[in-house]
Structures are given as structure tokens and as C-alpha cells.
Design a protein around this ligand. Structure first.
Ligand SMILES: Nc1nc2c(c(CN[C@H]3C=C[C@H](O)[C@@H]3O)cn2[C@@H]2O[C@H](COP(=O)(O)O)[C@@H](O)[C@H]2O)c(=O)[nH]1
Length: 306
């Protein structure tokens, strides 16, 4: 996690298209007035939960596929979470490692009851195969063993996932430097923490080391709050729904500056309000408000990472 914090700080200090506005941060923190709106994990009531290892398997599959919904105007994260939940309720073996290795695009589509190909469907299938294969090879087929092997450390969980599963290596090269963002690996740790309410598979002694999950909703919310400012060229690209290339300076800045800005918000909350807040809590607040504002323009990048 130190790499995520250090490298995103480097982007924020070198950025050309996005500015992290300290006055905007001050204002956002003042407006919070000591109360970070408390959002319940699963506030939408769409996730599978049985308090056991099958929930861990469900969340790992969910976060393997937790990216790029926007190219289909109707598809959202909720369709994925609730579709996978229903599939698991109908067949408890659906996400067994041997099944994951054999999934086809059509099967995944049918499982989610989606009438047309999913965005980046071939990549989704490749990633399911990769996860099934590596879970079987190194963790007895079970995501719960992967979690248990990390001894209640969220940072170790993120590092272990990144080292075993290439599809989770959410890195970019920016102005010659490697930048670490790890959205889906971190959100898996946060989902465990949220679903199991910090107990059992969700107990981590270092949950405060996790940063926000740099997707396309949180940057849009930070922009709306005045925490992020865009160059006029970037603002017009986002407002006109033009695609931004994966790995471009603009894309890396949007994501990295979001992580850095929320870390700065945490620091300021600690100094001004004497409270320690988790990035997980700030992320859920920002994301929940962001998705409830569908008119909020967000950047569009074809990516398997978010
Ligand atoms: N930063 C952040 N990004 C998140 C989530 C979640 C869902 N987390 C669940 C966990 C607990 C809650 O109960 C949530 O339901 C999805 N995303 C991202 O949003 C985008 C989808 O948007 P749209 O196309 O409108 O559905 C896409 O990039 C997706 O990867 C989050 O929590 N934080």
C-alpha cells in the first residue's frame, strides 16, 4: 500500500491535466462537519452473504469481474452483484475453481440474464479462467484459503492477489514511472471487511492502509465537490463522453489524483476534527452518492481494472 500512496502522490505533484485543489479539500472537509455520512455496505441489498467461505468465493468472483459497465447503457455493477448472487443461490458449486476455468461468454451472459454480449466479455472470461486456475493451483480452489493465508493483513492480501493473479495488476507507467492503483484487489479486501463487518474473513489489523478504489465514479464525485479540477481540454472530453485511452496521462491522473486527494482529506479530517477515518468509509460515501447521480459526467476508458 505504501507503493500506492507514494506513486499516486508523485502523479499529483507532476500532473498536467488534473489538479488536487487544497481549498476544495478544506471546503469538503468543512462541509462534512465531523460527520462522515455512514453508508452501510450492501446498502442496495444486492450481494450474496452466508457468513462463510462461499461468500468469500462470491466476492472474489465479483471483484474479478468488477470493471467496465458503462459501454452498455443499461448495465451496472448492481446487475453483476445480484446476477452472481442469484446464480450462487441456484447452484452452490457454480463458482468452484474447476467451473470457473470452463466458463464461456454465453454461460456468463445467461447466468446474469443479460440479453447481449457483456462489455469486454472475452476479457471477463479470460480472467475467470485465470482465477479458477490459480485458485486451484495455489489455494486448494478456495478464495477463503487465499484470504486466510494473509494473516489478517489487507496489505498482504492485496500484494498476494497481485503476485498470483496477473489480471489484478492494476499498474500504469506515467512520465516514465510505475504507478500502482490496485482497484479490484483493494476493493476485494474492503468488500470482505464490509460484508463480514470486520469479523472472521473480514478481520484485518491494517484496514486503514487501504486507499480508495480508483474507478470512474469517485473521480467524478471529487470533481463535483471541487476537490479535483480539470484542464478545460479534459473537462470537455469528459463532458462529451469521448473515450480516454487506457494508460494515457489523463487517465492515470484522474485515478491517481483521486487516491491522493482522499488521503489528503483523511489527513485534514484527522488534524481538524481529531478523527481517524478509513478510506474505505470515504470511498463508500463518495461512490454511493456518485451512483445516485447518474447525470454526473464520468470519464470513459476501456479497461479491465475498473
Ligand atoms: N470506488 C468504488 N467503485 C465501485 C464500488 C462498487 C461497488 N461496491 C459495493 C460494495 C459495497 C457497496 O454495497 C457497493 O455496492 C463498484 N464500483 C465501480 O463503480 C463503477 C460502476 O458504476 P456503474 O457503471 O454506475 O454501475 C465501476 O467502475 C465499478 O468497478 C465501490 O464501492 N467503490
Amino acid at each position: 500500500m505504501d507503493q500506492v500512496k507514494a506513486t499516486t502522490a508523485f502523479v499529483a505533484s507532476s500532473s498536467s491535466h488534473v489538479v488536487v485543489d487544497s481549498a476544495g479539500i478544506e471546503k469538503a472537509v468543512e462541509n462534512i462537519q465531523g460527520k462522515i455520512p455512514k453508508i452501510e455496505w450492501d446498502f442496495e441489498g444486492i450481494h450474496y452473504f452466508d457468513n462463510g467461505p462461499l461468500t468469500v468465493q462470491y466476492l472474489f468472483v465479483l471483484d474479478t469481474l468488477n470493471f467496465c459497465f458503462w459501454p452498455d447503457k443499461k448495465l451496472s455493477y448492481d446487475d453483476l452483484a445480484s446476477g452472481l448472487k442469484e446464480a450462487l443461490e441456484n447452484d452452490k458449486s457454480v463458482f468452484d475453481a474447476d467451473h470457473l476455468q470452463k466458463f464461456t461468454g454465453l454461460q456468463l451472459r445467461n447466468l446474469l440474464k443479460w440479453p447481449r454480449p457483456l462489455p469486454l466479455e472475452d476479457e471477463r472470461i479470460r480472467l475467470l479462467h485465470e482465477v479458477g486456475f490459480e485458485l486451484e493451483r495455489s489455494f486448494g480452489g478456495k478464495a477463503s484459503n487465499l484470504v486466510q493465508s494473509c494473516g489478517r493483513s489487507a496489505a498482504k492480501l492485496v500484494a498476494t492477489i497481485a503476485s498470483h493473479f496477473p489480471g489484478f495488476r492494476d499498474h500504469s507507467v506515467y512520465k516514465g514511472h510505475q504507478i500502482f492503483l490496485y482497484k479490484r484487489a483493494q476493493i476485494f479486501a474492503a468488500d470482505l471487511y464490509g460484508a463480514f463487518k470486520g469479523q472472521g474473513y473480514g478481520e484485518f489489523n491494517d484496514i486503514s492502509s487501504i486507499t480508495i478504489f480508483a474507478d470512474y465514479i469517485v473521480p467524478a464525485m471529487l470533481w463535483k465537490l471541487g476537490v479535483l479540477k480539470y484542464s478545460s481540454a479534459l473537462a470537455s472530453i469528459i463532458e462529451s463522453n469521448k473515450e480516454i485511452a487506457s494508460g494515457s496521462e489523463e487517465e492515470v491522473e484522474l485515478r491517481a489524483c483521486s487516491i491522493y486527494a482522499v488521503e489528503k482529506m483523511r489527513d485534514l479530517i484527522s488534524v481538524k476534527l481529531g478523527k481517524q477515518v478509513l478510506s474505505v468509509e470515504l470511498d463508500l460515501w463518495l461512490w454511493a452518492y456518485g451512483v445516485q447521480n447518474p447525470s454526473l459526467p464520468h470519464h470513459r476508458t476501456l479497461s479491465i481494472y475498473y
